[in-house]
Design a protein around this ligand. Structure first.
Ligand code: FES
Ligand SMILES: [Fe+2]
Length: 330
């Protein structure tokens, strides 16, 4: 499979669909400029409302198109006002007059885009295959609706470490000790299944002296490379997407859905409070842990993984296979 390289000492990422933005971010008079997989990108909606994604450097003299404007669905460069249509072709060079015909070289480098599950997905880096694969989504993960709320943030940590952190169950009684009653340290039972690029885990954190199946139950599924479905309770679930920004940073967008309260506005408010609590109080612990971990990249060969890390092993095996590595090569 194709790969994208983060930096000389950085990470390698499989060519794949990656969620790059929340769908609600697009549609205004301003395009969205951002960085994903080490590329500066610009996203906007064309005249028919279809999401578009291109490299952000203007083909004229390189200005950041993310600073430009959307004019009747065309992307206008902030520097000299050249306009690009939804296919990336230059349709207007104001300095040359309305009748001038732009050269074909003045064409944006476009990336395949999908809009689904409340996110904009882009196929980045490496040539897109003839038939693009399905999006890496997990059926049953929460979709945007009136009882869900979302947040996004960028962590100062590499993608591989962030993904390790997302699949980790047995850190709870330690990294989140402020919020977890003491003693629930034993991960047992713990099941991990891998099926066509999806890793499904379920585990119980119990007290050492209590029988298996007591304590707190967690269920986490991952669709390689970076989609996570969290089940906290039967009525509170989360969908999280993680995408490399560059070799050292990772974008994380999460949606929580709750079904305890199903009243107009209050349903959204309950989800909003749950995700705000998680990202204000819980996730900073995780961020601190993955940011502090050395080496900066996670890998099967870094550290000494134990039985309770089995989901992490499974993810790295998928990662290795996607990069075309042979065991022991990374
Ligand atoms: S740099 Fe974009 S129009 Fe000149
Ligand atoms: Fe955590």
């Amino acid at each position: 499979m194709n790969e994208v390289t983060g930096s000389k000492q950085g990470e390698r990422w499989a060519a794949s669909w990656y969620a790059v933005a929340r769908a609600s971010a697009l549609g205004g008079a301003r395009p969205v400029g951002l960085q994903r997989l080490g590329r500066r990108l610009v996203l906007w909606r064309d005249a028919t409302g279809v999401a578009r994604c291109a490299d952000a450097a203007c083909p004229h003299r390189g200005a950041d198109l993310g600073l430009g404007r959307v004019q009747e669905g065309a992307l206008e460069c902030p520097y000299h006002g050249f306009r690009y249509d939804g296919g990336g072709a230059c349709q207007l060079m104001p300095c040359e007059g309305r009748d001038a015909k732009p050269s074909r070289a003045l064409t944006l480098r476009m990336h395949p885009v999908r809009e689904a599950h409340g996110f904009i997905w882009a196929w980045l880096g490496g040539p897109a295959p003839e038939a693009l694969p399905a999006l890496p989504w997990l059926p049953g993960a929460p979709e945007p609706d009136a009882n869900s709320a979302s947040v996004e943030e960028v962590w100062s940590a590499r993608f591989t470490r962030v993904m390790e952190g997302m699949m980790d169950l047995h850190h709870f009684p330690f990294a989140h000790r402020r919020y977890v009653p003491p003693g629930y340290t034993r991960l047992d039972p713990y099941e991990v299944q891998v099926d066509e690029g999806a890793i499904r885990t379920e585990g119980w954190l119990r007290k050492e002296e209590r029988p298996p199946g007591t304590g707190f139950r967690f269920a986490i599924s991952v669709a390689y490379p970076g989609v996570i479905h969290l089940r906290f309770t039967s009525r509170l679930e989360g969908a999280v997407v993680c995408t490399p920004v560059d070799a050292e940073h990772t974008w994380i967008a999460a949606r929580f859905h709750q079904s305890y309260v199903r009243l107009p506005w209050l349903g959204w408010l309950a989800a909003r409070l749950a995700i705000a609590f998680e990202f204000r109080f819980i996730q900073p612990d995780d961020h601190r842990m993955v940011r502090s971990s050395l080496p900066r990249s996670g890998a099967l060969t870094h550290g000494h993984l134990v039985r309770s890390d089995r989901a992490i092993v499974a993810w790295h095996q998928l990662h290795r296979a996607a990069l075309g590595d042979t065991p022991g090569a990374s």
